[in-house]
Write a protein that binds this ligand. Structure first.
Ligand code: FE
Length: 183
């Protein structure tokens, strides 16, 4: 009789442990869904500016927040800098970091401002992006980690790169010392 009691206790114990494991797995998967807007590599990245999402929400407009912090994409051909031909520097709309020069801006026909290189190799960070069932290189501001756009390998010489950037992720500092060539 005692043997049966031990057997039942053992079965109850094993079932209990199995249930615990299952629920911790579920918690893990919930967490990974919550973190899905950030890649694993990005979570390990350190940025000079580290604000909480609540702070960013207060500083940015809802439209800016959606793109810069939640990796949204503005509609093609709608951004304020898509057709901008003025001479100057494009900076991060979230932190002011200098990102792209008007000298490297070109008409890609994509509907988003396009550049063939950033101001310096240290001004942006690239991370692998596997969303929407494809592999793309995401472009982040190297200073604050905000989402800017993606970079593709179909750009013009001399780099062959196309930095496809959301206008809403940018501000523009016009160079008042140069007259616009109307390019
Ligand atoms: Fe930034």
């Amino acid at each position: 009789m005692k043997k049966y009691i031990y057997l039942i206790l053992a079965v109850v114990l094993i079932t209990f442990i199995a249930m615990l494991n299952d629920s911790s797995l579920k918690n893990e998967s919930t967490r990974s869904v919550q973190d899905s807007t950030k890649t694993k590599k990005e979570n390990k990245m350190e940025f000079q500016i580290n604000k909480s999402e609540d702070e960013w929400k207060k500083e940015l407009t809802p439209e800016q927040y959606k793109v810069l912090r939640e990796k949204g994409t503005e509609r093609a051909f709608t951004g304020k800098f898509y057709k901008n031909k003025e001479t100057g520097i494009y900076v991060c709309a979230a932190c002011g970091n200098e990102l792209f020069s008007s000298d490297t801006k070109y008409e890609s026909g994509s509907g988003w401002p396009s550049y063939w290189k950033p101001v310096s190799e240290h001004s942006v960070k690239l991370v692998d992006d596997y969303t929407f069932g494809m592999h793309r290189k995401e472009v982040l501001c190297a200073r604050c980690g905000s989402h800017l756009g993606h970079v593709f390998d179909d750009g013009p010489d001399p780099t062959g790169k196309r930095y496809c950037i959301n206008s809403i992720s940018l501000d523009f500092k016009k160079d008042s010392t140069k007259s616009d060539s109307g390019k």
